[in-house]
Design a protein around this ligand. Structure first.
Ligand code: RP5
Length: 172
């Protein structure tokens, strides 16, 4: 798929199952990415070096997933002016609410765009990254439009199936 333009970072390999959804979304639009584990607190130097060197290596935006006291996205954002899209991970007893609040409540000056908790957030992070790239890529924008058309068609089909189920249940 060529040289990575999106960097997917997660705090632990235990975040992978959620963050895989971001990778799938990017792959669906043939957007090349790299994915690695680096922690804000367990490997701070590695995280800072990765964030600082990404632009010169061709990365255009980051997708960052972390759970618990999720400061990884903010730390990445502190070392780059590339867009940082965060995914709060539901990896603790607080089911991601801790990560959501830690991620979304960035003090003014260093922005982080936070998605929803968990897999839907990871999927949307991937799509949002595609949309960022599509702002200056007409072909990618056209493919996003086409995917929305497919999505709308699927909703209409689901509604049609629902009518059949209503009939089968004697409700229509
Ligand atoms: C965070 O702590 C990670 O992002 C992960 O969501 C959570 C738990 O990590 P592990 O203890 O599973 O490595 O830093």
């Amino acid at each position: 798929m060529g040289k990575p333009v999106i960097g997917i970072l997660m705090g632990s390999d235990s975040d992978y199952e959620v963050m895989r959804e971001a990778a799938r979304a990017l792959q669906g639009f043939d957007v090349a990415f790299e994915m690695l584990v680096s922690s804000a607190h367990r490997s701070p130097q590695r995280t800072l070096e990765y964030a600082a060197s990404a632009r010169e290596r061709g990365i255009r935006a980051f997708i960052v997933g972390a759970g618990a006291a999720a400061h990884l996205a903010g730390v990445v954002a502190s070392k780059t002016t590339l867009p940082v899209i965060a995914v709060p991970i539901d990896s603790t007893a607080l089911k991601g609410l801790d990560a959501l609040l830690a991620t979304v409540q960035m003090p003014g000056g260093i922005p982080v765009a936070s998605m929803a908790i968990g897999k839907a957030g990871a999927k949307n992070a991937g799509l949002f990254a595609v949309q960022l790239l599509a702002a200056t890529d007409a072909d990618l924008a056209a493919r996003l439009d086409a995917s929305r058309t497919v999505m709308a068609k699927e909703v209409a089909e689901k509604s049609e199936s629902l009518q059949q189920r209503l009939k089968a249940d004697g409700l229509a």
